[in-house]
Ligand binder design. Structure first.
Ligand SMILES: Cc1cc2nc3c(=O)[nH]c(=O)nc-3n(C[C@H](O)[C@H](O)[C@H](O)COP(=O)(O)O)c2cc1C
Length: 193
């Protein structure tokens, strides 16, 4: 059986982002358990704020199509999500909205969200670790886009103090939960391949 291909998407492009750090850790851990991992930055897919008139007038932006194709080239997707105002970042929501709209010939609706496994995690300097962004992201992916999102999820609180010098999670219990989530993503992905 081929190695499961997992795409890692951080929902932040901020310099020093905790969620980029968490995405980098996920990339390392997934590679160690035999996944073929690609990590992207949404900075490489700049998109205007989604607006239906713009969509009709200008057609499908190449970056939206590129991002959709990138997702579809993978069996599983791992997203790290910062919390803004108790929800996801506009960057992440906008990317998902565009990917949900672009269509290629023969595509079912929400093609990029079907037939693959999603997993989500968050990190925040706050005490809840961005948990509310995960609730919002789960709703967007599952109810909005029809994706299968595994129930396991990890929210890293006090993210400014949660990682050591090697960018590993310091708290052993949280680190184990994170590894267990990644293992479940891989296990479920293998079942879907
Ligand atoms: C507009 C805005 C709203 C925010 N709202 C929340 C919030 O509701 N809950 C929270 O825990 N952190 C909130 N934060 C703080 C972010 O979690 C923090 O900036 C975090 O570092 C962003 O993730 P990143 O480090 O991956 O870029 C907010 C930050 C901004 C800029």
């Amino acid at each position: 059986m081929p190695m499961p291909k997992i795409l890692v998407i951080p929902g932040s492009t901020r310099t020093g982002s905790h969620n980029v750090k968490l995405a980098a850790l996920a990339t390392k851990e997934l590679t160690l358990i035999d996944a073929d991992v690609t990590r992207i930055s949404l900075a490489d897919y700049p998109l205007p704020i989604y607006e239906a008139d713009l969509d009709a007038r200008m057609g499908q932006p190449a970056n939206a199509l590129g991002l959709k194709q990138m997702i579809m080239a993978h069996h599983g997707v791992f997203i790290t999500s910062p919390e803004y105002s108790a929800s996801v970042t506009p960057l992440l929501k906008n990317a998902i909205d565009w990917v949900s709209r672009v269509r290629e010939r023969g595509d079912p609706t929400y093609a990029a969200f079907k037939g693959r496994v999603f997993a989500i995690a968050s990190a925040s300097p706050g005490r809840a670790g961005g948990l509310r962004s995960l609730m919002a992201l789960r709703q967007i992916l599952e109810l909005g886009c029809g994706a299968f999102v595994i129930p396991e999820q990890v929210a890293i609180p006090n993210a400014d103090q949660a990682f050591d010098d090697m960018d590993n999670i310091i708290d052993t219990g949280t680190a184990n939960l994170f590894r267990a989530e990644l293992q479940r993503l891989l296990d479920m992905t293998r079942l879907m391949m």
